[in-house]
Design a protein around this ligand. Sequence first.
Ligand code: NAD
Ligand code: UDP
Length: 332
Amino acid sequence: MKVLLTGGLGYIGSHTAVELISAGFEVEIMDNLYNSSINVLDKLKNITGKQIKFYKLDMCNLSDMDKMFKEGCFDAVIHFAGLKAVGESTKIPLTYYETNIGGTINLLKCMEKYGVNKLIFSSSACVYSTENVPPYKESGILKPINPYGRTKYFIEEILKDYVNANPKFKAIILRYFNPIGAHESGLIGENPNGIPNNLMPYITRTALGKLDQLTIFGDDYNTPDGTCIRDFIHVVDLAKGHLKALNKIEGLSGYNIYNLGTGHGYSVLEVLNSFNKVCENKVKYKLGKRREGDSECNFASSEKAEKELGFKTEKTIEEMCLSAFNFEKNNS
Ligand code: NAD
Ligand code: UDP
């Protein structure tokens, strides 16, 4: 099966490329390099021993997308490409709607024209309402609270409508929780430009002295240690979830949603303590104010993905911390 990965040079896409190639899939990658580097392509070759065909293009350009589809003859698409910074999305919402939603509509138009009818889409836990009681089930209330989250929610709705209108089309929506960590080779990992928004790259860069100190956003939540709780999942486990979905999609029909998480929550302080322990570090931190829009506690119900996809995470929080630090050291 030949699979197109949109946004495949990014953090999750690159790890998924490795897993798919190792499992014998033919992979091609499209990315406009907005939030990734062309060097990742060489690193993927290093890890897999395979040269991957790459299309540098913007999914908002329909005619470029059309040309790629004409050439590619893909059997399925995994759609990672998009903008993902929550804070930025509140400042430039139109860019987020145009890129994430406009790009997805272009993708669907091309898939329709060239008869590609299997899609796996990267959605997010941020589509859930904080009214849900964790563990969050796929059937929970949806109420994203920022423009980024709303792009994911609207795309899910668009896909539902599209599937209803096209019975041959199969879509799997994967709602990711908090991916962290990196490939064991230390060659690929999360490498945000500028000051990281996310917890783990902030910790690893502080540990290496690239940043002064971590601020923990709030220690007065109603949780055992007062800090927020999240479902941190190793990016390699998450990548393997895509393999499970791809292997299953032929036998499914219509529109299907799965959470990809571990089913367990760790607090921000627990992650920091695990990092300090396994990486033999003492990351400097201060306790700060709550970050606007953060939910107190969320973690996935992983039951449906386990039962229907056979998806089960394997890696521990310690492995997540060690691999993230290893990648950061390699990329200093
Ligand atoms: P990433 O930014 O590392 O990867 C996304 C890739 O898409 C980048 O390589 C970027 O250059 C590319 N891209 C952006 N706009 C594009 C465009 N117009 N045309 C072509 N390529 C474009 O992000 P990631 O962490 O790998 O996330 C992948 C997907 O998973 C995204 O859709 C994201 O919203 C979603 N997601 C991520 C997380 C997370 O915590 N990382 C959580 C939930 C969902
Ligand atoms: N966090 C923090 N300091 C940081 C970055 C994040 O305390 O510099 C906290 C954040 O408040 C949240 C958790 O870490 O409770 C995970 O945040 P992240 O941005 O990584 O993911 P999110 O859950 O927001 O998608």
